[in-house]
Write a protein that binds this ligand. Sequence first.
Ligand code: ZN
Length: 201
Amino acid sequence: MNQYDDFPEGATATDRKAIAEIAEHYSAILRLIGEDPSREGLIKTPMRAARAIWYATQGNRAGEPADLMCKALFTHEGSRMVVVRDIEFYSLCEHHILPFFGTVSVGYIPDKQIVGLSKLARVVNAVARRLQVQERLTAEICKAVEDALHPLGVIATCRASHLCMQMRGVEKQLASTVTSHYTGLFETDPALRDEFYRLNP
Ligand code: ZN
């Protein structure tokens, strides 16, 4: 097995071809930044890096995020807010291809159906594991919940640290960015929004 032959489990022939090509590009990048890709510590690095970016962008190949929820819907008579707080996520900023990460909280008002709670976490992963900006990530999570569940309203807030801000440029280590997005009743009823924000201080 050579260093370009260490593919993730389940990788199809097309995946393998893409990952090997990414690894070759990483090897070129190493050379261009003044490294020697053939030195011992770097021999397996292009392939490791290729697998890492492949993993971090698997949302691109995961289909529609809303589809992840469609098989886990349950009938429900209540119409009180359901909130899942502090779902961790790891994403890559599309401007610098550097990580941003943090937590997402999602709330919705059911309209006769609810979704298995772990599915919301799956949706967050599917939306986060691709090149993103935080604002779009937050909005896409809402849209997926809306498309799958047709709730009376959905709201999401996202708190994140951006390495592109922390390790380069302005180097503001402690800054965090908060975004929120909402639809339906959360848009028309500020009291509901407040209730959500009270649950997510
Ligand atoms: Zn960035």
